[in-house]
Write a protein that binds this ligand. Structure first.
Ligand SMILES: [Zn+2]
Length: 333
């Protein structure tokens, strides 16, 4: 699964430009016995036809990023955010564009560097090494998308990389797809790789509407607050799948959540409960589509979400893949 994750992290895919990530996934699942389909909005759907209620598992393909808004006479690029990119996370970051061009992020106002609270996105710029606007225009334009340069590292039990949100969810769904035994399935199962989550959980809306599942589970990252004392929340790396109770957008379905907890206990999988007050996932859109979907979410505890160096624990992601597979093959209604 780690090799899969590395491939997914290195694929270019900010919101609306998820093509490369999709290509990697299609290639990884090409020998699996399931129906593969892509909807009009761009979501990739793997359907494992079976009896039982319809269930949809969702992980998003897209990452946060930047979009070029203007190029000045010196060839420096001004930009805006795609998704929830905090300006204070940007300084000194390396940016990769779709065509392979790289740049480094800096800030116009040198005095403000000592007062980071004052940072304004308009004053950041990307230096791609161009000496003039004309030269810059040979490689980028207004509307060019960039992402954090994808450096993927394994260290101790941990992985350090950008865009683990939510390529790790995609890697988990690919792992589930590879390991599922179709004859054991207790659900008519849809694994959905969604587009444009970071700009308003959009792919989850259209795909949930089309599939009309009875149950939904989003697989995404959640902020682990375990790197300071006192902790900012109860979530810790290495303490297992975080079964979501609530986030900034939703409260999960009690019945489905309890079933996931019971399954984790039965299978002796270490788990933790997640309550966070900010942010949300595809589960938010799934839950309130059509006449409603019983929706839960399983999260990968992640430090420093939406930075160039997100950190996760390998054991957590293995355990999530096992929990989801067991759930799909063993849960009874
Ligand atoms: Zn996410």
């Amino acid at each position: 699964m780690i090799d899969t994750l590395e491939k997914l992290v290195k694929a270019f895919g900010p919101s609306s430009k998820e093509f490369e990530v999709k290509k990697v996934i299609k290639d990884l699942v090409k020998n699996i016995d399931c129906e593969t389909d892509e909807d009009k909005f761009g979501n990739l759907v793997l359907h494992f036809k079976a009896g039982g209620p319809k269930i949809m598992l969702a992980a998003h393909l897209d990452s946060i990023g930047i979009i070029v808004t203007d190029i000045d006479k010196n060839g420096l690029l001004h930009f805006s955010q795609i998704g929830g990119l905090r300006t204070s996370f940007l300084l000194g970051s390396r940016i990769l564009f779709e065509n392979g061009i790289e740049g480094t992020v800096f800030y116009e106002d040198r005095d403000a560097l000592w007062e980071p609270k004052e940072f304004k996105i308009e004053k950041f710029f990307i230096d791609i090494g161009a000496k003039s606007k004309k030269e810059a225009l040979e490689k980028v334009n207004i509307g060019s998308f960039g992402v954090f340069y994808p450096i993927f590292s394994e260290s101790f039990d941990r992985i350090i990389a950008p865009s683990l949100d939510d390529r790790v969810g995609c890697a988990i769904l690919v792992e589930v797809a590879k390991n599922l035994k179709k004859k054991n399935l207790k659900f008519d199962t849809f694994l959905v790789f969604t587009v444009q989550e970071e700009v308003g959980v959009k792919g989850a809306r259209t795909s949930t509407f089309e599939i009309t599942p009875e149950y939904g589970i989003a697989v995404d990252v959640t902020t682990a607050g375990d790197y300071t004392e006192p902790k900012i929340n109860a979530i810790e790396l290495g303490k297992g799948p975080a079964i979501k109770v609530m986030d900034g957008g939703m409260i999960t379905n009690i019945d489905l959540r309890e079933r996931l907890i019971k399954m984790a206990k039965k299978e002796s999988i270490l788990y933790q409960l997640e309550v966070i007050t900010g942010g949300t996932t595809d589960a938010f859109a799934m839950q309130i589509t059509k006449d409603g979907v019983k929706t839960a979410a399983v999260s990968v505890p992640t430090r420093y979400v939406h930075t160039q160096g997100e950190v996760i624990d390998k054991n957590d992601i293995k355990n999530i893949a096992v929990l989801l597979k067991q759930f799909l093959e063993k849960e009874t209604f």
